[in-house]
Design a protein around this ligand. Structure first.
Ligand SMILES: N[C@@H](CCC(=O)N[C@@H](CS)C(=O)NCC(=O)O)C(=O)O
Length: 220
């Protein structure tokens, strides 16, 4: 058993699991992956020993348990990366934390209408409320790229936690067909071209677990 273990859900559905998984992969931190199939009759029973919230992701580091995607990313950055998973300058770091907190806490229509489903091969027309949320994300992406993106193609130039938090959004925008400005589209493509994002999405497409019928309607 490794010192560092990340408990995740199905790659096909679990957008929040993707965030810390991507961070660990991008910074080459050694960890063991424990995958638990979500939306099954025994999911809560399987998550119980690991997760106080009965949700994924959860990080287990020796005797320490960290749950919730954003706090896991914070912990990884602090414990293993000397804080380098956030941008170095206070101004960029403040913006990156705000952008990450916003996607973590807000956008209920995006989460409800366009949940991650790597296997989906159809477009879904967004509601007016979702269109407003897409416009807000487009504004965040375009503004950050313009103000802070000169040292690379990620949101703050170099890869950071903010990119981990928006990677599942890029996947959902691509899958369901979001209409974006040129700057936002180009950032979405950067995330989709990331080899670990591609790996996650490819593995997600090959997963076989059937979803329990009670959850299936929101993934129609
Ligand atoms: N705020 C949490 C959300 C975690 C979450 O909702 N995870 C979903 C999978 S993406 C889950 O575990 N669902 C199982 C359930 O609700 O039973 C985070 O950022 O980690």
């Amino acid at each position: 058993m490794k010192d560092l273990r990340l408990v995740i859900g199905n790659k096909n559905y679990s957008s929040w699991s993707m965030c810390p998984w991507l961070l660990l992969k991008m910074f080459d931190v050694d960890f063991e992956e424990i995958q638990i199939a979500l939306y099954q009759d025994n999911t809560a029973e399987k998550l119980g020993p690991y997760s106080p919230s009965l949700k994924v992701p959860v990080l287990l580091h020796r005797e320490i348990t960290v749950w919730d995607s954003l706090s896991i990313c914070e912990y990884i950055s602090e414990q293993f990366l000397n804080g380098s998973a956030w941008p170095a300058s206070p101004k960029r770091r403040a913006s990156a934390r705000s952008a990450s907190a916003e996607i973590h806490a807000e956008f209920p229509h995006l989460k409800e209408e366009w949940p991650l489903n790597c296997k989906a091969s159809y477009k879904l027309k967004p509601s007016p409320e979702l269109l407003n949320e897409i416009a807000r994300i487009d504004a965040i992406w375009s503004c950050c790229r313009r103000k802070f993106g000169e040292n690379g193609n990620y949101l703050y130039g170099r890869f950071s936690i903010a990119d981990c938090m928006y990677a599942p959004v890029a996947a959902c925008f691509d899958i369901y067909g979001a209409e974006l400005s040129e700057d936002a589209h180009s950032y979405m493509q950067t995330l989709l071209d990331n080899p670990f994002v591609q790996k996650w999405l490819t593995l997600g497409r090959t997963e076989q677990e059937p979803m329990h019928i009670a959850y299936a309607s929101s993934y129609a």
